[in-house]
Design a protein around this ligand. Structure first.
Ligand code: MN
Length: 157
C-alpha cells in the first residue's frame, strides 16, 4: 500500500512538472501566435527566409522592400513588431527608426534592427535611433524566434 502511495505521489509530481512545462511552452508559443511582424528588407532571399521561420511560429508577416513602402505599410497596418534592416537604399534603417519614433501610433511599436554592421558603436547607433534590439546578420534562423520573443517580453513588461 505504501509502495502504491509513493508511486502515486511520484506520478503526481511528474504530472505537475509536465503540466507546468507544457504551460510554459504554450505560453511561449502564444507569445508569437498572431503577432504581426513587418519586415523591412531590400534582400528578397532574407525576406523569404524570415517569412518561413516566423510563419512556422504562428506570426503573420508583412514585407516592405524599402523605407518609403515600409513607412506606408507600417502606418496602414500598425504591426506588433518591426524587423528593420539597417542597410537599405535611400532611407536607411537608422533614419527609418527615427521616423517611426516620431510618428504617433507607431512610436510604441518595438523595432528589432537587423544588420551586418558589426563595427564598434553600431549597436549603440541602432539603440540611439530608437530601436529596441539588434540582431546580427547572417540571420540565425534557430535563434530568431527567441530573439523576437525576448523583445516582445521586454516591451510587454
Ligand atoms: Mn539591406
Amino acid at each position: 500500500m505504501q509502495e502504491v502511495c509513493k508511486y502515486a505521489e511520484h506520478v503526481s509530481v511528474s504530472l505537475l512538472l509536465a503540466q507546468r512545462q507544457a504551460q510554459g511552452e504554450q505560453g511561449e508559443k502564444e507569445l508569437m501566435t498572431n503577432v504581426r511582424v513587418l519586415y523591412i528588407e531590400d534582400n528578397a532571399e532574407n525576406r523569404l527566409l524570415v517569412r518561413r521561420v516566423l510563419e512556422a511560429e504562428g506570426c503573420s508577416v508583412l514585407e516592405a522592400a524599402d523605407g518609403s513602402s515600409g513607412l506606408e505599410v507600417a502606418a496602414q497596418t500598425r504591426p506588433d513588431l518591426i524587423l528593420l534592416d539597417i542597410n537599405l537604399p535611400e532611407i536607411d534603417g537608422y533614419d527609418l527608426a527615427r521616423r517611426f519614433r516620431d510618428t504617433p501610433g507607431l512610436r510604441q511599436v518595438p523595432i528589432l534592427a537587423i544588420t551586418a554592421n558589426v563595427m564598434k558603436g553600431d549597436r549603440e547607433r541602432t539603440l540611439a535611433a530608437g530601436c529596441d534590439g539588434y540582431i546580427q546578420k547572417p540571420i540565425d534562423v534557430d535563434r530568431l524566434p527567441e530573439q523576437i520573443r525576448a523583445t516582445l517580453r521586454r516591451v510587454n513588461t
